[in-house]
Design a protein around this ligand. Sequence first.
Ligand code: SF4
Ligand code: FES
Length: 248
Amino acid sequence: MKFSLRIWRQPSADAEGRMVTYVLDDISEDASFLEMLDVLNEQLIAEGEDPVAFDHDCREGICGACSLVIDGQPHGPQAATTTCQLHMRKFKDGDLIDIEPWRAGAFPVVRDLVVDRTAFDRIIQAGGYISAPTGTAPEAHSVPVPKQDADAAFTAAACIGCGACVAACPNGSGMLFMAAKVAHLGLMPQGQPERHTRVLGMVAEHDASGFGGCTNAGECSAACPKEIGLDVIGQLNRDFRKAAVRAA
Ligand code: SF4
Ligand code: FES
């Protein structure tokens, strides 16, 4: 397959960026999107040019490292798919494809397509540890958890911290990510002792890190490769209100 790629090139955080066009004319339809970029980079290196910097790690849809806005959509045109799991057969031969980094105030560009997502780490850090003792697993029935809660917690825990929700949100809000983290611990018995301090700490760090507020646009959930639902934001809001009243 043949493709023209318009890629955001930016040598450093402070430098100006611009879209640069490249042409690839021998890409397998079975290549993943990142493998297609690997081919481009091999070509650029052979020509003595700087390769395009982009984030990736597992290439199996589980680590959340890959992070490209493809034709205006975080992770590209296929729903519920990370960039690394997107294949070139989803495009048409001869397509012109725009490739940009996540665009959000809290995720500054480091180089080319790589952004700094340490703001997510700060939110997790602000949530703190749980005080439940660790060690060997307790007997399964010693702490009963309703099946509905266990399933909801598991669904929320599927968040891989990729940041597509932030990139898709018109406000650059990190609410879906933060709500997934708040929900998955808040639904489990082990998460109860710090439930209120956790949500207050995370929300304060979210706002301090420059993420925008949520206006229920819903773009976050639509872009999420793990299909985290907007219901977790409702849970976050309820937990936050209760915690704020207790702290007052
Ligand atoms: S909520 Fe979805 S889009 Fe946002 S960081 Fe988690 S997995 Fe990525
Ligand atoms: S590289 Fe790990 S999720 Fe894409």
